[in-house]
Design a protein. Structure first.
Length: 320
């Protein structure tokens, strides 16, 4: 998982424009629907042109312009596990704060969810179905393979006793934004899931062993450790297929490190030779270094893993 830079909001989701965007219209309609407490346990029903509620629910977030922008923003990768997904699948449009209802730890589904954020650009991510939905995964623990149901779906855990946004806060989303933002900040302080487009320094939360297993990093604060471990569990980041893919990437990275070491050795040997030979071997070294650096680019699969492996190598070998 790496920090992802949020791109500009698609027009269909913008607020404060005239005429009102589809996203803003739907959000206000959802707020109106759930302002009636008798609807809290119900599925949102969009208002029809005749003034009656229809069977349609949240639709705007699935607009094709939003999917395309999310695919571009995430470089076709899952926001959570960084697997490339767009070669075979368009990707799930993920609501970080779930729109229909939320689950905290092992509690039953609580309704309503964060319905006022269903068309909020900052709440949308691109995810693979294995991170975003619940599935039975093979997980390797203590050398044994276990089948465990994991995946985010409606999970949004908070620290015990942490403040949870509710429908009252949602009612202030448009009419009193300062009050809403204060409540939002209170919940953010208790949030236990890492969010790629919000949290700075996500790289620091994780380390990886040579088999591709992701582990909460050393020297984290208590809340940081909780966020790291909760994110690993909720996003199913320890599923066997993903771990194996990361192991393959580690092998590729370490093979390139060996090529860099060989190029450096040849360059050092050339220093007492002709200027032409020095330039030649320097060019080879620069090329191999660039190939290694490319593994760390945000567009690359498992860039967070690559940054950890490569940075650790240079720290351990050259103290840089």
């Amino acid at each position: 998982m790496i920090k992802v830079e949020r791109t500009s909001c698609p027009a269909v989701l913008k607020t404060g424009d005239s005429p009102v965007s589809e996203g803003e219209f739907e959000t206000q309609d959802a707020i109106d629907f759930f302002s009636d407490a008798t609807n809290h346990s119900k599925k949102y029903q969009k208002m029809g042109k005749n003034g009656n509620r229809t069977k349609q629910s949240f639709l705007v977030y699935s607009d094709k312009t939003i999917r395309k922008e999310l695919q571009r923003m995430h470089h076709g990768k899952c926001a959570y596990c960084e697997s490339k997904i767009t070669a075979t699948y368009s990707g799930d449009i993920e609501h970080f704060r779930p729109k229909a209802g939320y689950v905290n730890d092992n509690e039953p589904l609580n309704k309503p969810g964060y319905y006022w954020l269903a068309a909020e650009w900052e709440n949308l991510l691109l995810a693979c179905p294995f991170c975003n939905q619940t599935n039975t995964h093979e997980i390797s623990e203590n050398g044994e393979i276990q089948e465990i149901v994991q995946g985010k779906l409606n999970q949004f855990p908070l620290e015990p006793g942490g403040y949870r946004l509710n429908s009252t806060d949602g009612n202030f989303y448009f009419v009193d934004r300062d009050r809403y933002d204060q409540a939002f900040k209170r919940e953010e302080s208790a949030r236990l899931l890492l969010k790629p487009c919000t949290d700075e320094g996500i790289d620091k939360y994780f380390k990886y062993d040579d088999l591709g297993v992701i582990i909460a990093n050393d020297e984290l604060t208590n809340i940081e450790l909780s966020r790291a471990n909760t994110s690993i569990r909720v996003y199913a980041l320890q599923r066997l297929g993903l771990v194996q893919n990361r192991e393959t990437k580690i092998i590729e990275i370490k093979a390139q490190i060996r090529r860099v070491e060989e190029a450096l050795l040849n360059y050092n040997k050339s220093l007492d030779k002709s200027e032409e030979e020095i330039v030649w071997f320097e060019g080879i070294l620069r090329r191999e270094m660039q190939i290694l650096a490319d593994f760390k680019k945000p567009s690359q699969e498992y860039a967070g893993l690559a940054r950890y492996i490569i940075d650790k190598y240079f720290h351990d070998s050259f103290d840089i």
